[in-house]
Design a binder for this molecule. Structure first.
Ligand SMILES: Nc1ncnc2c1ncn2[C@@H]1O[C@H](COP(=O)(O)OP(=O)(O)OP(=O)(O)O)[C@@H](O)[C@H]1O
Ligand SMILES: [Mg+2]
Length: 262
């Protein structure tokens, strides 16, 4: 099989919700082993875009290309089979179950007679938790007693356990303490070390800046900016975002390094 440069690509993606046009022809690309920081104001279309990639929504127009295969739409199952995992803005863990149960939920390991391979699941969960730096917590711990940062960690461990190639994090740092934010950023770095790709959505550019390789800026359903981290400081990015919110445009002094030509 030829090696694909991009793990995912969209071609002229349009999404309408009745009269609202959430995406207006979006061409978005993520490279293999790249972390993309997807930023933009409230209602810009960030969650809509990643939900299309995860098969939650069908696009109104356009195409999705994953590992070289073209699709008019995906389903959550298809996206998962293709190695795409979305860690939701809304939490998706089962609060009353243990960590290991949550990691394997819906994809439990079973023996030939359908019995659950409990000790194997616990061991695998423990190994992965340790690798991602959650070693202090036993896999039998109920999820409801974990802090927000640890819950994010469990969700990311879950994605890793299924060999996801692209892990999408929609606002993973919202409502987290400073220490927890740092922990989530560590998980994202761990994904990168393992050769995975990631899309990291955040309102806080100081959360997304340290981990992202590239920034894609959505504004009212359009990609208006795409910058490599090496070309920008966090303050530059902040300045660009403020300017886009005010004027809808990337300031002229940044146009040369903008990979989207306007
Ligand atoms: N299920 C839906 N039904 C109707 N309209 C929707 C739906 N989902 C999103 N929208 C609309 O689409 C637009 C884009 O919303 P989206 O949630 O993708 O933005 P976002 O960039 O993720 O914003 P935020 O930063 O607030 O999470 C908004 O105008 C929103 O109201
Ligand atoms: Mg959103």
């Amino acid at each position: 099989m030829p090696e694909e440069k991009y793990i995912v690509e969209t071609v002229n993606l349009v999404k309408r919700f009745g009269d609202v046009v959430a995406l207006k022809g979006v061409n978005f690309k993520v490279r293999v082993n790249e972390i993309v920081g997807l930023v933009g104001d409230n209602g810009a279309g960030k969650s809509t875009l990643v939900k299309i990639l995860a098969g939650v929504y069908a696009p109104t127009e356009g195409e999705i290309i994953i590992k070289g295969q073209r699709f008019k739409r995906l389903t959550p199952r298809k996206a998962y089979e293709l190695g795409i995992v979305l860690v939701h803005q809304e939490r998706t863990l089962s609060e009353n179950h243990t960590i290991w149960r949550n990691i394997f939920m819906g994809r439990e390991l079973t023996g030939p007679l359908g019995f659950l391979k409990i000790s194997e699941m616990r061991e695998r969960a423990q190994k992965l938790l340790k690798e991602i730096g959650l070693k202090a917590i036993p896999p039998d711990f109920p999820v409801k007693y974990l802090s927000g940062g640890y819950k994010q960690g469990v969700q990311i461990t879950r994605a890793l356990c299924f060999e996801a190639d692209l892990v999408i994090l929609d606002e993973p740092t919202i409502q987290l303490s400073l220490a927890e934010v740092q922990r989530v950023l560590e998980y994202v770095r761990e994904l990168k070390k393992r050769g995975k790709s990631s899309i990291f959505i955040s309102h806080n550019i100081y959360h997304v800046y340290p981990v992202a390789d590239k920034f894609v800026i959505l504004d009212r359903g359009r990609i208006v900016g795409e910058f490599l981290k090496k070309d920008l400081t966090p303050d530059d990015l902040s300045h660009i975002m403020i300017s886009i919110a005010r004027t809808g445009r990337v300031p002229p002094e940044y146009r040369e390094i903008n990979l989207i030509s306007s």
